[in-house]
Design a protein around this ligand. Structure first.
Ligand code: G3P
Length: 224
């Protein structure tokens, strides 16, 4: 499963890129607004920083305007993916844009029928929002399971990008189901590294080593 980072913060993105943990980035208008910078400048910075796909969302809601915004976004970088919301006008735009080989991430997917429609229109990715479904008492991961099964049944190439991830369990479940991608907020990525037994285990190793150092000093001092 690929990991994308759900963030528009270049510092945080860079931190995880340095570890080769993330394969791409997803942004949305709310994430770009959080950065406070000119959104196009910020998007350009992210596209330059990241070798993999970077999703940037249109804000228009009418077909013509969406298509124009999407074409502008796609010109920002070779790795730009245009996020289009799951609406009728949006799917019309997806059909037009996919014929121009523009990569599309259909966002705000909350049902399997929406995912199927988006795939038929020509989406490269569909983004089911699992956390927001969980929030209203529906099972987000069941939706991912359904989409993956439907796409498999018909050999649909559209990738399932699990979004609105709230905790590491979402990621384990997504990976067990065989989702293509999960987009993960930085704080959830951080939480994926830690386990209390790792911390206590490391502390014990280092404390024990200190007793040796008292006797032998820094044994790693060159030359060994
Ligand atoms: O980028 C879309 C998505 O991941 C949003 O997540 O936490 O706002 O529901 P959230």
């Amino acid at each position: 499963m690929k990991f994308f980072i759900d963030s528009a913060n270049t510092q945080l993105i860079g931190k995880f890129l340095d570890m080769n943990i993330v394969d791409g980035v997803t942004t949305n208008p709310s994430l770009l607004a959080k950065e406070g910078a000119n959104p196009i400048d910020q998007a350009k910075k992210i596209l330059k920083l990241v070798p993999g796909p970077v999703s940037i969302e249109v804000v228009a809601t009418e077909y013509d305007k969406m298509v124009n915004e999407a074409r502008s976004i796609s010109k920002l970088g070779k790795n730009a993916v245009v996020k289009i919301p799951m609406t009728k006008e949006g799917m019309h735009a997806v059909h037009t844009l996919s014929q121009e080989n523009i990569k599309i991430n259909v966002t705000l997917i909350f049902s399997a029928t929406q995912a199927l429609i988006a795939a038929k229109a020509g989406a490269t990715y569909v983004s089911p929002f699992v956390g927001r479904l969980d929030d209203i008492g529906q099972n987000g991961m069941e939706l991912v399971r359904d989409i993956l099964l439907i796409f498999k049944n018909y050999s649909i190439k559209t990738q399932t990008l699990v979004a609105s991830v709230r905790h590491p369990i979402h990621l384990i479940e997504a990976a067990k189901l065989g989702a293509d991608v999960a987009t993960v907020p930085p704080d959830v990525l951080d939480r994926m590294f830690s386990h209390p037994l790792t911390d206590s285990g490391l502390k014990k190793f280092l404390d024990d080593w200190k007793t040796l150092e008292k006797q032998y000093g820094d044994v790693f001092k060159l030359p060994i």
